[in-house]
Design a protein around this ligand. Sequence first.
Ligand code: NAD
Length: 368
Amino acid sequence: MNATFTSGKELEKMDPVFGQLSFDNHEQIVFCNDKDTGLKAIIGIHNSVMGPALGGTRMWNYANEWEALNDVLRLSRGMTFKSAITGLNIGGGKAVIIGDAKTQKTPELMRKFGEFVHSLSGRYITAEDVGMETKDMDTVREVTPYVTGISEEKGGSGNPSPITAYGVFLGMKAAAKHQFGSDVLEGKKVLVQGIGHVGEALVDYLTKEGAQVTITDINEERLYNVAQKYNASIYTGLDLYTADVDIYAPCAMGATLNEESIHKLKAKVIAGAANNQLANETIHGKMLTEKGILYAPDFLINAGGIINVYAELAHYGKAEIMSKTENIYNTTLEIIDFAEKNNCTTHQAALTIAQNRIDARKLENNKL
Ligand code: NAD
């Protein structure tokens, strides 16, 4: 079990799929191509022991197809552990569509993607991720029932991002309780990197609690709008990893915790929504622990979104969504405690507990 962020050049040297560093016994990888709509997508089913593989679709302008493959391998694996640690009866999967969501996403392309999802007969169930909106899932729903995160008007659970943000906020509070002796974030300096769907909702929770919020985003227009709306400061320094803050919340893309950034970090707590924050989960998880930085595992605290979309499959309502999301607070404290007692990183602690659940389920399944 070793997920590593690899550069495009390094990736080229490896065997295409099974030789990828990010390959971790994934069950099935599906390459989807459609000339007419321009669709190029990859669906990754990592593990279906706990149930059908559920996970969002990301549309991103990848530098090359290797990067897209690496991303879907890492993301789908992350979903397996996210659902297992959250106690959901689903496996881990994810999809990526190669392209610019702003200019290349069309209803035809989304429907074609939905047809590919449908061809898997429910082994993979999709939802939204970066570059996707609830309305895109409604479009996918026109051609397949194997989609969640559809709009409330169409009988779905709606946009998962506010619930994700709520879970991240609670995971952050639990980490703060352990690190600073109190879970009250009032007065705490928090840097939120990426103020998209989840980041903005997190800024809302943080400012309501009285935290001193600084934000950063590559989308300048959004940055100024969100800063104004919540009276948040915009990070103006040259290197955000050197920012003098108590808490760093990565809410953009993954792999921001790496050799370079960890050396610079002043934050004592890391708690954010982005998936795969550790560039190398073994090396960088350890580096954080050695530096005395408490890392709230991403796949644990950003599970609000999967809890929300899973409600459509398990047929539970808002009250249960909220109580399952609120549980992230206690689970975060339990994971920190497990890590201390077992002398491992918080990331390893969460992985171990999730893997134990998967192994136990596999034994049960084999007995049937
Ligand atoms: P989003 O696309 O709405 O927002 C991402 C934001 O990050 C955008 O505003 C973008 O401009 C910004 N960004 C991109 N690269 C950046 C960089 N280098 N520096 C600063 N800002 C940058 O996505 P989202 O739905 O808010 O998701 C954010 C992260 O959380 C993603 O990693 C996603 O996989 C993860 N996540 C989201 C959900 C969910 O419910 N939406 C659930 C779990 C995990």
